[in-house]
Design a protein. Structure first.
Length: 273
């Protein structure tokens, strides 16, 4: 060591320690700088590799296209099956019952899968129209409460259906007529023409009391003549009712006769056998 260095060491004993720290720190800084450069280079390479990996290959694109085609094909098959089941349910009048096994549920399931499906929309309208036809039949047969239930179903399915409003008017008129007091039916007279007595169809179908009274009066004449009666009726139930009604007026008397089916109800009085 030269004299000048010895002098510095004697004057500042900590100088050597300071110089040593400067050298060490310089080496550390240099090492960190190198590490940073390497990291940056590696990061750039990794970024390029990641970008290359995110781009789908032709094989992946082809596989995705095939999966999409299969999904669309399966969806179309499911829709066709549901429409077929809905048509069968509609033909069987399984309109909204039983639950989860009826025409309306099937058509609505199709619309969930394909909201614009015209066949499903048309099918739902036909369900509502079928309820309207059922309501009309119920009105004609006097089942007014059932008719109301059918109309409520139809309106719940398609409130804009044109047939609903006229049916509601018919139902209201039928209810008003049913509330009117019934006029007592007048007596019925059975007139014989060539020993044939025509029976009025409407009172016969209703088993009216007026017709029953007329049949009992006729039975008394049959007893006086000891005649044989041939009852012609539209069905067996009507014929039996006529015979039993006449017989009830002749206790202890054997009413001889027979029943035949025919379109025109009547009683033929024949000579005793």
């Amino acid at each position: 060591m030269n004299p000048k260095s010895r002098f510095i060491s004697r004057q500042w004993p900590a100088f050597d320690e300071f110089a040593e720290r400067v050298v060490k720190n310089s080496v550390l800084v240099t090492a960190l700088a190198g590490t940073l450069v390497v990291s940056l280079l590696q990061g750039c390479g990794a970024g390029q590799q990641t970008q290359a990996q995110t781009q789908p290959s032709e094989a992946q694109l082809a596989s995705e296209a095939e999966q999409k085609w299969r999904w669309q094909r399966q969806r179309a098959d499911n829709i066709a099956a549901l429409l077929n089941q809905a048509e069968q349910a509609l033909a069987q009048d399984k309109l909204t019952t039983p639950v989860h096994d009826n025409a309306l549920d099937r058509y609505q399931a199709v619309l969930l899968m394909e909201p614009g499906n015209t066949a499903a929309k048309s099918g739902i309208d036909r369900v509502a129209q079928r309820y309207c036809r059922l309501a009309y039949g119920a009105i004609q047969s006097g089942r007014l409460q059932q008719a109301q239930a059918y109309l409520t179903k139809a309106q719940g399915i398609n409130p804009k259906l044109v047939a609903i409003a006229p049916l509601r008017k018919q139902l209201a008129a039928a209810r008003a007529k049913a509330r009117q007091p019934k006029q007592p039916a007048g007596p019925i007279e059975l007139q014989a023409n060539n020993n044939k007595v025509d029976l009025p169809a409407t009172p016969l179908g209703r088993r009216s009391e007026a017709l029953a009274d007329a049949l009992k009066s006729l039975a008394l004449k049959v007893k006086e003549q000891d005649a044989y009666v041939l009852i012609v009726a539209r069905n067996d139930a009507e014929g039996r009712w006529v015979y039993q009604t006449m017989k009830s007026a002749l206790p202890g008397y054997r009413l001889r006769g027979n029943i035949e089916l025919g379109q025109v109800p009547q009683i033929e009085l024949q000579a005793p056998l």
